[in-house]
Design a protein around this ligand. Structure first.
Ligand code: NAD
Ligand code: GLY
Length: 369
């Protein structure tokens, strides 16, 4: 069964479809969006090798000519060099403004191809076909696109909404378990930030989601996307409530920056540790109960995700370096630290102007030097 979730953005509204076999039917889904029967598919070598033939067949069946634009897998591809490569290929293919491109991969491909679409000939349309759990529940929806620079992650980008998102659950069959767990950190985020019932359901059903049991997986992905769609429709450019989606990200980004954005610590793993830290910091500030913080942490640890600084390679971390990264965060304003903190499980809020001294003390209690 395919579930359809609308992202209500007026002129830029679009559908996110969730279900099995969507890649095999991608041609029929994408054809109505095209002015002429051709498209460029941006993908990484791994995803293209595993699933490229299936997507190509689905598009060619309805007469759409496919030009693959293949990039190297990994975060390092989300760079100015990666962007130059993709836009140069699109120019060589003579794609016009009326054409659209397909982003076929995880968050790296989605962010890179989405940003290329935002700036190519001042903007062309694109379709997201996310192939990781993280990309399905988070990065493919909402229109944030970006590349990294040596100064930090996602610092150069644009809001550019896709025309359609096809989240095919079958494609997750080939995703390594570690990547599946990393994506699950973003699923649990939705429960923790705004839906206690969903959180409780995940406590009981998380292992089923990770085993990719179709019914549990479909519910987890669709509920996550529905929450994201609702928040994005209300606050597309993150003037307020959308910042809640960054639960765990201030601590998480600092850990990612320290570990070097490599395979050492995946984004979702950093977000898992960051969420546990955000709940414990909230408890330390008297904002939520210690019991809630323990439960948040236990739900992540139960599936093998990191929840403590000591779980992350690179421990012990230097407090000043971590706080330094937090001050560079896009959410920081005039050097004041912004965190997403919690009043309870399922109730997060944006805390601006957090005292860096309190953060330092907390990090030291957590084992930073
Ligand atoms: P990723 O795109 O690097 O994919 C992870 C790995 O899985 C890659 O090696 C990829 O080749 C492989 N892979 C992908 N699909 C596969 C499949 N079906 N089977 C087997 N292997 C597969 O990483 P990710 O976790 O999907 O995304 C992380 C990126 O997303 C980060 O750059 C992060 O900044 C970004 N992000 C963006 C947003 C947003 O709103 N735009 C939100 C969250 C994260
Ligand atoms: N991943 C956070 C957002 O899309 O706003």
């Amino acid at each position: 069964m395919t579930q359809t979730i609308g992202v209500g953005l007026g002129q830029r509204a679009y559908e996110v479809r969730v279900g099995g076999g969507l890649i095999d039917r991608a041609g029929e889904a994408i054809l109505p969006l095209l002015k002429r029967r051709r498209t460029a598919v941006v993908s990484d070598g791994t995803v293209w090798g595993l699933h490229g033939a299936r997507l190509t067949r689905a598009l060619e069946t309805v007469g759409i000519a496919v030009s693959p634009v293949i990039v190297a897998p990994g975060e390092q591809t989300k760079s100015f060099e990666g962007l130059a490569h993709v836009t140069d290929r699109l120019l060589a293919l003579e794609l016009d403004r009326g054409d659209l491109i397909v982003a076929f991969g995880g968050g790296v491909v989605g962010d890179l191809a989405g940003f290329a679409a935002a700036i190519y000939k001042r903007g062309i349309g694109f379709v997201q076909v996310p192939t990781t759990l993280l990309a399905q529940v988070d990065s493919s929806v909402g229109g944030k696109t970006a590349i990294d620079t040596p100064r930090g992650k996602n610092l150069v980008g644009a809001f550019h909404q896709p025309k359609l998102v096809l989240a095919d659950l079958d494609v997750l069959a080939t995703l390594p378990d570690r990547e599946m767990r990393a994506g699950y950190a973003e699923v649990i985020k939705y429960g923790l930030l705004g839906d206690f019932d969903f959180f409780e359901w995940l406590e009981a059903n998380g292992p089923r989601v990770l085993r990719r049991e179709p019914e549990a997986l479909a519910k987890a992905v669709a509920r996550s996307i529905a929450m994201k769609a609702e928040i994005v429709a209300e606050d597309e450019t993150e003037q307020g409530r959308r910042a809640l989606l960054n639960l765990g990200h201030t601590f998480g980004h600092a850990l990612e920056a320290e570990t070097g954005y490599g395979g050492e610590l995946l984004h979702g793993e950093a977000v898992a540790a960051g969420q546990a830290l955000a709940f414990r910091f909230s408890a330390a500030q008297g904002l939520c109960t210690t019991q809630d913080a323990r439960r948040a942490s236990a739900s992540l640890a139960a599936v093998g995700l990191p929840t403590r600084l000591a779980d992350v390679a690179g421990h012990p971390f230097d407090t000043e370096r971590l706080v330094g990264h937090m001050a560079q965060d896009k959410k920081a304003e005039d050097g004041a630290l912004t965190f997403i903190l919690a009043r309870s499980l399922g109730e997060a809020f944006v805390a601006r102007d957090v005292d860096p001294g309190a953060v330092r003390d907390f990090l030291q209690q957590e084992g930073a030097t």
